[in-house]
Design a protein around this ligand. Structure first.
Ligand code: GLA
Length: 744
């Protein structure tokens, strides 16, 4: 049993192999949070001493004692306007103006298996894990409004993950509006913490940002209608001295792709509270009596063993218990994407030429990116008109696909179904289908408008449009793009008092479409995309096993982008391609082999015109693909270790280790070559100290001069991890070294 109830003290404890999480039904039914940390037994209520603290109010019934205050006792799920001045988890308002929520325990239930959520992505119990996952549901109630909050906890005993969500129910007689409905609150009453968040911009996503949690409130949020390039819905709280290999770390990852908000407050007593959930300033959800709303899920993880262990826990969890696509555990085809090869300047001959050239080099799938449909000759038109442009593709999509298949390649297609161009047949037929505020022209992003997915008919049209493409054509891969932020949030069909629901309803519509498509077409490999990595989150990964990591394909810029991404998300989910040099986004030239080494830390493919490569480079492509086949399972299923941190601007190194510790792929890219360089020494990770390893192959790229790697052969895992390796001197512009180690 991973969930225990100790009745006498009213203590509920959630246990995983390495962690314990505890709450107590306290005085007057306040649900207090007593502990989250390393696994240990017993009650932790003793830690939280009641005290009279000035200007912190007491519940009416305890006002003589003055020693119990909601404002300084750690809460499991904070209310509002009822004595706790720290961050609220819920802001509620009844039709007659009662504001706030004073939440008290009603009952709880412990069940086998994992709860699911209405219309939202959520983790599940994988086959074979059914006995190792339990659900706790604790219902709290606000007497004044009748609002109930059912706190849901999924306890993954073996995986050291606890998922959380809240089901709100209006059990009263009056309408209730929720202006804030967080998925979880986590109080850390003691300790000094750093926060690590992942900010960025288009083509520079998920830059790690670490700093101490200071007094006051800091917020990581998106109001862009997508989880965003700017602030990923994932935050780590860790001890000031936590490193990759030691220190306590908490992870808070929202399984949601829309507006989100993760707030962290350090209060008057230096206690820290994190509250995470749906965001967006305009959020307001109306619950009629009897109605309910599920919040998105939060994937929560604790480890005392540093950031490497935290990342590993998320990687394994996402692969095993969140991604339900059968592709999650399968080898993905090495693809060539037409975007950076031809942009919109495409036609059947050009695509077939790309296919032929790619096939010769060992590529397995041709992906036709933007430009194939309607009058799409530039990005000012035609989104919404998802029929092939017959001038470019005279034999239609079907004819093209047959020809590509005849060349021996699979075929994949780019679509952007959530959007519409003003200049499109779809917009001309349904101008009211876009999000637009009456009386105001909507803001335009990349010359396009956003379809109102909160409307069932629009979501149904979208599903039908994509389903038809998949039914009528032999498409084996879809790149699902979304290329602007959402503004002018107003839905023509909803009444005034439900307009605050539009952004979340949009997400529910999107998830419904995605759910139907992946259920009906499990054989299709879907890749998420939003101008690169603008919607790289656990919500999308519940449906699609991979996401295009960034529109920035520069291998050196990618080092930081991919490393930032790796804190939460597995390499199996990270779309990465080798592109041309000089790079189209940064103008930088990098060695071909270094580009391949970096793309091999993801799904691996190409995004260039093979005909423009020299014969030597073409031969190199074949070798690169051969090497990728050798390591792809290791990359997809193995443990990923960062060997260098963001503070290192001289070189970046990482390592994959297979689960059985038989194999390991080591990669290092030198970004700042030095004159008379200092020795470059690293310790490998995750190997079996008892076993001996040999280098199967070592591949150097971009070296104007280099020395040989001098390692004893064989060499013990202990030597590689504790003694480490000294990388031989390499000189050049962004040279790299990759080495595959195998146990002998
Ligand atoms: C977005 C994607 C790119 C490409 C273009 C096509 O920017 O991220 O990879 O598909 O759209 O317009």
């Amino acid at each position: 049993m991973s969930i225990r109830f100790e009745q006498k003290q009213g203590i509920l404890t959630l246990l995983t192999d390495q962690t314990a999480y505890q709450m107590q039904i306290g005085p007057l039914g306040y649900l207090l949070h007593t502990y989250y940390g390393r696994r240990c037994e017993g009650s932790f209520a003793y830690l939280h001493l009641e005290r009279d603290c000035g200007f912190s109010p007491n519940p009416y019934e305890l006002s003589y004692a003055r020693s119990f205050s909601m404002d300084n006792m750690p809460q499991e799920y904070s209310g509002s306007n009822a004595g706790d001045f720290r961050l609220a988890s819920v802001l509620a308002e009844t039709e007659d103006g009662i504001r706030g929520a004073d939440l008290r325990y009603v009952n709880h239930e412990i069940r086998r298996g994992k709860y699911s959520l209405q219309g939202l992505p959520a983790a599940f119990a994988a086959a074979g894990d059914e006995d190792a996952v339990e659900t706790l549901s604790v219902t709290l109630r606000d007497a004044a409004s009748g609002l109930e909050a059912e706190l849901l906890y999924g306890v993954y005993e073996k995986q050291n993950v606890i998922t959380r969500a809240v089901r709100f129910r209006n059990a009263g007689q009056k309408k209730v509006k929720l202006r804030k409905a967080a998925s979880a609150c986590l109080d850390l009453p003691f300790g000094e913490w750093d926060s690590i968040s992942f900010h960025g911009r288009h083509a520079m996503e998920r830059m790690p940002d670490r700093g101490p949690v200071r007094n006051g409130i800091q917020t990581v949020s998106s109001g862009r209608g997508a989880s965003s390039h700017q602030h990923n819905p994932f935050v780590i709280l860790c001890e000031h001295d936590a490193t990759e290999d030691h220190g306590e770390c908490y992870g808070l990852m929202l399984c949601y792709s829309g507006n989100h908000r993760i707030e962290i407050e350090r209060d008057q007593t230096d206690s820290v509270r994190a509250v995470a959930g749906i965001g967006g300033d305009g959020f307001c959800w109306k619950l009629e009596p009897g109605e309910s709303l599920d919040t998105p899920e939060l994937l929560m993880c604790f480890t005392a063993e540093g950031l490497d262990a935290l990342s590993g826990t998320y990687h394994r969890f996402i692969r095993r218990s969140l991604c339900r696509s059968p592709w999650s555990g399968k080898k993905r085809p090495v693809l060539l994407n037409s975007w950076e090869a031809a942009y919109m300047d495409i036609n059947e001959d050009r695509i077939l030429q790309l296919a032929r050239d790619a096939k010769k080099l060992g590529v397995e799938m041709l992906v036709l990116d933007d430009g194939w449909f309607g009058s799409r000759n530039d990005d000012h038109r035609a989104l919404g008109d998802w029929t092939p442009n017959l001038e470019k593709l005279p034999h239609g999509l079907d004819g093209l696909i047959r020809r590509v298949n005849d060349e021996g390649l699979k075929f994949g297609l780019w679509i952007e179904p959530e959007m519409v161009s003003e200049n499109s047949d779809l917009y001309r037929a349904h101008p009211d289908w876009v999000l637009a505020v009456p009386g105001r022209k909507p803001a335009i992003g990349r010359s396009q408008m956003v379809l109102d997915l909160s409307r069932d008919e629009v979501a149904d049209w979208m599903y039908e449009t994509v389903a038809r493409l998949l039914r009528e054509n032999h498409i084996e891969y879809i790149k699902w793009d979304m290329n602007r932020s959402i503004t002018d949030v107003y839905s023509a069909l909803l009444p005034a008092d439900r307009q605050g629901e539009v952004s979340h309803r949009y997400m529910l519509g999107l998830y419904r479409v995605m759910d139907r498509l992946v259920s009906e077409f499990p054989q299709v490999l879907f890749e998420g995309c939003a101008g690169g990595g603008g919607r790289f989150d656990a919500g999308i990964l519940a449906y699609f096993p991979q996401i295009w990591c960034s529109d920035n394909t520069d291998a050196v810029a990618r080092l930081l982008i991919q490393q930032g991404t790796s804190y939460g998300y597995p390499a199996s989910a990270l779309g990465a391609h080798v592109s041309a040099s000089p790079n189209h986004q940064t103008g930088r030239s990098t060695p071909f082999g270094t580009r391949a080494a970096v793309a091999m830390a993801g799904t691996f493919g190409y995004e260039l015109d093979p005909a423009k490569l020299s014969p030597e480079e073409q031969a190199e492509v074949t070798q690169q693909i051969g090497r990728f086949h050798e390591v792809e399972e290791l990359v997809r299923e193995g443990d990923y270790h960062r060997l260098t941190g963001a503070e290192n601007n001289r070189y970046t190194a990482w390592q994959f280790v297979s689960e059985d510790r038989n194999e390991s792929l080591f990669t290092l890219v030198l970004t700042e070559p030095e004159g008379n360089p200092r020795p470059l020494h690293l310790r490998l990770k995750g190997l079996d100290p008892e076993r001996a390893y040999r280098v199967v192959w070592a591949e150097y790229a971009g070296c104007r001069y280099r020395e040989e790697m001098k390692l004893p052969a064989p060499i013990s895992g202990a030597a590689l991890m504790y003694g480490g390796i000294t990388v031989p001197r390499i000189y050049g512009d962004y040279p790299s070294v990759q080495a595959l180690f195998r146990a002998v």
